[in-house]
Design a protein around this ligand. Structure first.
Ligand SMILES: Cc1cc2nc3c(=O)[nH]c(=O)nc-3n(C[C@H](O)[C@H](O)[C@H](O)COP(=O)(O)OP(=O)(O)OC[C@H]3O[C@@H](n4cnc5c(N)ncnc54)[C@H](O)[C@@H]3O)c2cc1C
Length: 464
């Protein structure tokens, strides 16, 4: 079988690449201009328009809605949020618990709206299973499990090797941790259903319209400028392409493969009846889902970062990355050794210098933004969007402080990334360190995390 490489993502091979909506025809005005048509931008448009039906909202998207990570991700709709532990350190434990609880509810909120809007996104609320397959991973899994419980996740379950394998038979499993706060989704079906719902509410979406510069009350494009009281930047991994934002969030690559549909006898061996989303405790971790049509879609870090914050080639992926992901697949499920890899693709996600997601509306300028989700943005984008709604309403005098505006990630700012070549050298070194640490942990017997990985965490500002 030849593997389709790129084509944005496998999910588009299923739905078809959409014909873009009309670009911005000329200068225009709006109350709110949203730059970027991914989950963050579209959810923000959705909630704002629902709250204030006569608000004039324009979404500007450089290609077509869902061109970015929202149309390429692993379909883990789950309650993880980048930076929670740091927010606990900065704002106290209770503030971080509130953030975590808001995330837990966000998973249900996305499922609720999808149901209400009639969006069929292959949603299956089977929770998240994280497995360990080395002593060091098991030690991290237990520590992770305890940390989650301490942040209020009392319904998380620690599983023995046998219990974990009863859910999904991952070769060599030594333990697992399962939480109910997760669902498997089809990313593009969710995205496209959301875009239709937003349009039906009366939001204007212009596609094939790149925004080259964002200024207070202005989004500048080659076809004209949109003037708006609020301009919200929802460009995540592509943020470096906007003038003046080159070092704001680092575009980190994540790559995926999708198998052909697996024959029933392989599924009988693997189990995975609960359709949990599946992850591991490696430093260069993997993530996977069992798709609605019986494939495995599996992702991990490929080439982590390209020099100069370059982003994308419609998802094209290096052959060595495809092979590395196939090896993980076969390592997890040896029976898939002869299974064809039908598709491979990549996308970019936004990584702030301190690896903390944030949301902000600057009262002085009316400029807002949300992102830096570091690979857990499917649910987080929804929480960010509801928060941007509340911030806009508060600022425009139509609302006051809310539970969401008080969460600790609101208004968080962090220093920018180093200029090149230090940015490139740093990220290459970081991931080489993680890959080496994973190898040593797999062959060693010690239960402690590899010291090089600990050091890499400290230098990068990344916490596990
Ligand atoms: C391969 C991969 C797998 C992932 N898996 C998961 C997962 O399983 N679970 C999870 O929680 N998270 C996952 N993520 C992360 C998650 O997909 C993202 O965090 C989330 O989709 C971000 O949504 P967004 O709307 O902020 O950004 P995006 O979806 O990237 O949307 C940004 C949009 O802005 C547009 N844009 C950019 N610049 C401009 C400009 N100058 N002018 C106009 N438009 C512009 C882009 O074309 C794009 O459509 C994954 C990411 C990748 C890449």
């Amino acid at each position: 079988m030849t593997t389709v490489n790129g084509g944005i993502s496998f999910w588009y091979a299923q739905t078809g690449i959409p014909v873009p909506r009309e670009p911005l025809p000329a200068d225009a005005t709006a109350d709110v201009c949203i730059v970027g048509g991914g989950y963050t931008g579209l959810w923000t448009a959705y909630y704002l328009k629902q709250a204030v039906p006569n608000l004039r909202i324009t979404v500007l998207e450089q290609k077509f809605c869902g061109y970015g990570a929202s149309g390429r991700n692993g379909g883990w709709l789950y309650n993880g949020i980048a930076g929670r532990d740091r927010y606990a350190a900065l704002h106290g434990h209770e503030a971080a618990v509130a953030l975590q609880q808001a995330m837990n509810r966000t998973v249900d909120e996305v499922v609720r709206v999808a149901g209400e809007e009639g969006i069929d996104a292959d949603i299956h609320q089977g929770g998240v299973l994280e497995v360990a397959y080395s002593p060091a991973q098991l030690a991290r899994l237990k520590a992770f499990h305890e940390a989650e419980a301490a942040f209020g996740e009392k319904d998380r379950v620690l599983l023995s090797a046998r219990e974990s394998a009863e859910r999904i038979r991952v070769a060599g499993t030594v333990g697992g941790s399962w939480t109910p706060h997760g669902a498997r989704i089809h990313p593009v079906k969710l995205l496209q259903g959301l875009a239709s719902a937003v349009e039906a509410l009366g939001v204007t979406i212009h596609e094939s319209t790149p925004v080259t510069e964002i200024r207070p009350q202005r989004a500048v494009t080659p076809y004209g400028t949109v003037r708006a009281t609020y301009v919200l930047r929802c460009t995540e991994g592509f943020t470096a392409s906007v003038k003046g934002q080159k070092r704001t969030w680092l575009p980190m690559n994540s790559s995926m493969i999708a198998t052909e549909p697996l024959p029933q006898q392989i599924w009988d061996g693997i189990g995975w009846e609960g359709r949990e989303t599946l992850g591991d405790m490696a430093h260069a971790y993997m993530y996977a889902q069992r798709t609605a049509d019986g494939r495995i879609a599996l992702g991990g870090r490929g080439v982590p970062y390209r020099f100069g914050s370059r982003t994308d080639n419609d998802g094209r992926t290096q052959a060595s990355t495809i092979e590395a992901l196939r090896e993980i697949l076969v390592r997890f499920f040896p029976a898939t050794a002869g299974v064809g890899i039908e598709h491979a693709w990549s996308g970019v996600l936004g990584v702030p210098r301190d690896w903390c997601a944030s949301v902000e509306l600057d009262r002085a300028t009316g400029l807002g933004w949300a992102g830096g989700y570091v690979g857990s943005g499917v649910a987080t984008a929804n929480l960010a969007a509801r928060t941007l709604r509340d911030l806009v309403q508060r600022d425009s005098g139509q609302g006051g402080d809310t539970e969401l505006t008080g969460l600790p990630w609101v208004g968080h700012r962090v220093r920018r990334w180093e200029p090149e070549p230090f940015r490139w050298i740093g990220v290459q070194g970081l991931y080489a360190a993680y890959r080496g640490a994973d190898r040593r942990e797999l062959t060693g017997r010690t239960a402690s995390t590899d010291p090089v990985a600990r050091l890499a965490d400290r230098i990068s500002g990344r916490g596990h």
